[in-house]
Design a binder for this molecule. Structure first.
Ligand SMILES: Cc1cc2nc3c(=O)[nH]c(=O)nc-3n(C[C@H](O)[C@H](O)[C@H](O)COP(=O)(O)OP(=O)(O)OC[C@H]3O[C@@H](n4cnc5c(N)ncnc54)[C@H](O)[C@@H]3O)c2cc1C
Length: 375
């Protein structure tokens, strides 16, 4: 950074903004994060913290799968660096995913997922219901089939967010909370800063990482705004005890259970088009709990800690939007949809490459410019 350069501005202090900000500080850049609320307490907080590219692989998402894998591989380094900067050991829990089928329809669905993953060469195993119960004794006798994916991981996302915030501050970052960006300042095809309720701050680099709100901030011409919308996800947390000793992530076609090493159990999640509505609703939890209980009956007596809803930033094609925009000085890091926790390390590492003028092959398919209508 030259003496005349002002700190890089990051709009939004979720997992994406915090990860990029902290990694930029490690590279010697100066960084200010502007966060409307409290950093880390939006979608990233509600998330189930699964780092599960093998369970999540979609049939048409080869570029995303590559990015997901690169991020899974980057996680150990990311967490080592976090420990260096905070002293906190956030553990990557690598106990895998078991996807279960509860009837014949589920089994056919599961077989399709299995064949696709086998074709891609993923490590995996097909299991009968009883084999699955040998692996995970808490499963219901109703489970008739399963697919074991040993390489998927998960993390306690709330510990990760707390550590990222600490790392950002320890490395000298400036974190402005309760500080809403009300406009991205743009003139002559260039972004040159942001306006907040209190102030106007100028910079030669602005990174928009405002999750589901990334499209809503005034200033950027309509056609260049990232096509991101909020996709509501409701999830609940229970406290696990010896009556429910789950060892790995469990999924069915409709729900998942993510048991954290510290005893927290995330059970989710809905996928709803409800705009910016974030209040939990009874019907959704009735359905989630019914299915979760059918798969793992011993959740019945667990104590509930929380019902929560978050907004996944979903882009038009459900892939992230990361990279330089048509406006000079403005970079997008948004649209991470269901994969923001998984993709945080690779997003941060690849943005650094961009800022250093290095090419990023991985990011090419996720350029913000893919949405521009060609004349
Ligand atoms: C129920 C649920 C379960 C999920 N499970 C998983 C999972 O298991 N694994 C996974 O990888 N992903 C999961 N996700 C997705 C993941 O949580 C998101 O992709 C990720 O959190 C997005 O991070 P973000 O930093 O872009 O957004 P956010 O965490 O939403 O952060 C954006 C921040 O920007 C701030 N902001 C917005 N507007 C402004 C403004 N004008 N000025 C200043 N600040 C502003 C907000 O206050 C917020 O703090 C899940 C999501 C949900 C809802």
């Amino acid at each position: 950074m030259t003496a005349s350069e002002k700190p890089i501005l990051i709009v939004g202090g979720g997992i994406i903004g915090l990860s990029i900000g902290w990694q930029l500080l490690r590279q010697g850049f100066e960084v200010t994060i502007l966060e409307r609320d409290t950093a880390g307490h939006s979608a990233s907080w509600a998330s189930a913290g699964m780092i599960a590219p093998h369970a999540e692989a979609g049939f048409e998402d080869m570029d995303l799968l590559k990015l997901d894998h690169a991020s899974l591989e980057a996680y150990p380094q990311f967490l080592d660096e976090l420990k260096e900067d905070t002293g906190t050991d956030v553990v990557l829990d690598q106990r895998g995913t078991l996807i279960v089928g509860l009837d014949r329809d589920d089994t056919l669905w599961l077989r399709r997922l299995y064949d696709f993953r086998e074709h891609l060469g993923f490590p995996l195993e097909w299991m009968s219901g009883s084999e699955a119960r040998e692996k995970e004794p808490s499963l219901s006798p109703k489970v008739v089939s399963a697919m074991w994916l040993p390489k998927d991981a998960q993390i306690e996302n709330r510990e990760l967010l707390t550590a990222l915030r600490t790392a950002f501050l320890n490395k000298g970052g400036r974190l402005l909370e309760q500080c809403e960006v009300t406009e991205i300042l743009v003139k002559d095809g260039k972004a040159y800063g942001v306006k907040t309720a209190q102030d106007q701050i100028e910079s030669q680099t602005i990174i928009l990482a405002a999750g589901s709100w990334s499209r809503e901030i005034p200033g950027i011409p309509e056609v260049l705004r990232p096509p991101v919308r909020p996709v509501k996800g409701q999830v609940m947390t229970a406290r696990r005890d010896e009556s429910c000793p789950l060892e790995c992530m469990i999924r069915s076609p409709r729900i998942y259970l993510a048991p954290k090493l510290n005893g927290r159990l995330s059970i989710g999640a809905s996928t709803e088009e409800k705009g910016f509505h974030t209040i939990p609703t009874i019907g959704v939890f009735r359905d989630i709990l019914d299915e979760a209980w059918r798969a793992v009956p011993s959740i019945y007596d667990l104590e509930i800690e929380e019902f929560i809803a978050g907004l996944r930033p979903g882009s038009r094609d459900h892939a992230p939007i990361i990279g330089k925009t048509k406006l000079e000085n403005l970079i997008y890091a948004t649209g991470h949809y269901r994969h923001g926790i998984l993709l945080a390390p690779i997003t941060a590492y690849e943005i650094i490459k961009l800022l250093k003028g290095l090419p990023s092959e991985l990011l090419q398919p996720f350029s913000p410019n893919r949405f521009l209508v060609k004349a």
